[in-house]
Each structure stands twice: as C-alpha cells, then as structure tokens.
Design a protein around this ligand. Structure first.
Ligand code: ADP
Ligand code: MG
Length: 306
C-alpha cells in the first residue's frame, strides 16, 4: 500500500528520500511516485549494463603518506528474488532469507571464509572489543518508521571473514549488504575482494533485478548497481568551510556522511565520502568518480594547510 511506502517520510519531515519499496512490484505499481524521485536522486532514469570487473590500473587514490585516508569500504546491497524487502517481510520469511544466505556463504572461497555472528548473541554477549563499523546498528528513526527494524534482532547477523576484510550484513536495510573494507586507500584491492565474494554469491543466490532499474533495493537511492564506495577521510582544514564541501560534493557527484555513517556527525574531522549515484553508472564509473573527487579534495586540503 502506498501509505506504507511513504510512512518514513510522513513521520520524518527531514528525510532525504522519504519513501521505501515494500517489494519488487512496488517500483511498478507506484511508478508514478517512485520514478521522479529516482530521476532526481540519481540524475539518471535507466540502469547501465556494462562489464563490472575490469578495473583500470590507474584508478588510484593519491595519498602517499597515508596522511588523509583512514579506510576504504565498498558495499553492494542485494535482495533475494521472491521475498519482500526488509520493510515488509514477515518474521518467518526473514528467517528463510537468513538461511538461504548462510547456505551460500559456505561456498565462499577459502580466503574469504570466516564466522557468522547472530546479532542477538552479540548484543547479549557484552563484547566491547568489536569495532562498531563491523556490526550494524538497530536502525535509525527513518528505517524504524519504514518497518525495517521490526522483530529486531531476530534473523539479523554479520558474517565476518577471518582476515576481517570482508563482511555480509544479513537483514539490515536490505537482505544482504556485502562489504569489503580495509585500512588505507587501496581502492583496487578493496574492490577486488568484493568482486571475489560477489562472483561466488551470484552463483548460488537469485537476486532481485530488473532491466530498467538494475538491482532493486528497499530504498530507491540504492537501486542500479547498489554500490557505495566510501573513504573515511580526515580534512581538518576543509572542515572549517562546510559550504564549500557541500558544493564540492554536489559538483563532483559525491555524498558526504558523518563518521559513523548516514545522519551521524563528523568527529575528529573524519568524513565518510562516497559516490552518490548508483543508477545509470557502472561500478568502474563510481570508483572513478570517487577517486577523482578524493584526489582533488586531498590537493585542496594540502593547499589550505595553515
Ligand atoms: P551503508 O548504508 O553504505 O552501509 P552507513 O552510512 O549505514 O553505510 O554506514 C555503515 C557503517 O559503515 C558505519 O559504521 C560507518 O562508520 C561505516 N563506514 C562507512 N564507510 C566507511 C569507511 N570508508 N571506513 C570505515 N568505516 C566505514
Ligand atoms: Mg546504511
């Protein structure tokens, strides 16, 4: 129902998007309302189908002394075909989704093997040593109003590889968030790890996908390639000029988030900067957009050093 789709925006007037899809069909049934929102957010109206795993060797972030970039993270969102999205899923279906994914995880190559942590055990275990960016939060008021946090922490969990560079969040905002993360700025290596994991998962899981909009996700900001490549970057000088940063991000097709993710504040001058669009661009376009923008920002930060 449309009133379910828009309840996050109705309860939160400061919402950026304000509408979530309940399932794949929502994008067709409510296209009159989804289409203009999608065109506005992504500046594109059609998915781009291109080979994705061909990384150009000169795609690099230039931070030779590791002075500015703390870490690099690339994630893709995926949902299993035949199940409603997290906004609308039943408790039993959520459990089934978790079981399908756990089965697929067993087929990952040895280098990505690791351990699955159920969120309910983590929350009860009082383990304080875990870094919070390995584990998802319960969800903010936007996700809560959209229905995503129902039955929390049931059937939510994190698969973490032994080397802690590869993760799969299960039943967070989407059925899967597949994440590759490492300290430093080696975008190519982080992307390569993600591709290795995705190649295996694609063989055993059937993802929701359509010709027009690519991979379908609960929030329309994630449709297309569903990829967000981000760096944690320390910008103590540019931090003083927020208006410049906002304009720079807009002009360079980037998005700025706070240190602990979407809607969080910036601590210790550390920004989360990522590609904004995911529709009408392929994975390599997004990595180029990120590396070009970040290289420019590092130069500007160095110039404005006092
Ligand atoms: P997404 O929706 O893409 O998963 P969020 O904004 O919800 O991203 O953030 C999820 C978590 O990932 C947060 O804990 C955030 O601090 C962490 N994170 C995002 N980018 C990076 C990065 N480049 N390095 C380290 N942690 C990151
Ligand atoms: Mg998120």
């Amino acid at each position: 129902m449309l009133k379910h789709a828009i309840r996050s925006g109705i309860s939160n007037h400061d919402s950026d998007i304000g509408i979530y899809a309940g399932d794949v069909e929502s994008y067709k049934v409510f296209s009159e309302i989804f289409d203009p929102i999608i065109a506005d957010y992504h500046s594109f109206t059609q998915a781009k189908h291109n080979p994705k795993n061909c990384l150009s060797p000169n795609l690099q972030i230039s931070d030779p002394d590791n002075r500015y970039i703390l870490s690099t993270r690339i994630r893709v969102a995926r949902n299993l075909a035949g199940f409603p999205f997290t906004t609308f899923i039943s408790r039993d279906q959520r459990y089934q989704v978790e079981q399908h994914i756990l089965k697929a995880i067993k087929t990952l190559p040895e280098v990505l093997q690791g351990e699955y942590f159920q969120l309910k055990n983590i929350l009860n275990s009082n383990v304080k040593t875990w870094k919070t960016n390995f584990f998802p939060e319960k969800g903010d008021r936007f996700q809560q109003a959209a229905g995503i946090t129902r039955d929390f922490p049931d059937s939510r969990g994190v698969f973490l590889s032994g080397n802690k560079k590869f993760m799969i969040w299960i039943n967070e905002e989407d059925h899967l968030r597949v994440i590759s993360m490492n300290s430093g700025s080696n975008l190519a290596e982080v992307f390569d790890t993600l591709c290795t994991g995705m190649e295996t998962l694609e063989k055993s899981l059937d993802f929701s996908l359509c010709e027009k909009y690519g991979y379908l996700t609960s929030c329309p900001s994630n449709i297309g390639i569903s990829m967000r490549a981000s760096v944690h970057i320390r910008l103590p000088n540019l931090w003083k000029n927020k208006d410049f940063l906002i304009k720079f991000a807009e002009q360079n097709r980037l998005q700025i988030r706070g240190t602990s993710g979407e809607k969080s504040s910036v601590e210790n001058y550390v920004f989360d900067i990522s590609n904004k669009q995911r529709l009408g661009v392929n994975e390599i376009d997004c990595l180029k957009i990120l590396s070009n923008g970040i290289n420019k920002l590092i130069e500007l930060e160095m110039k404005s050093r006092d």
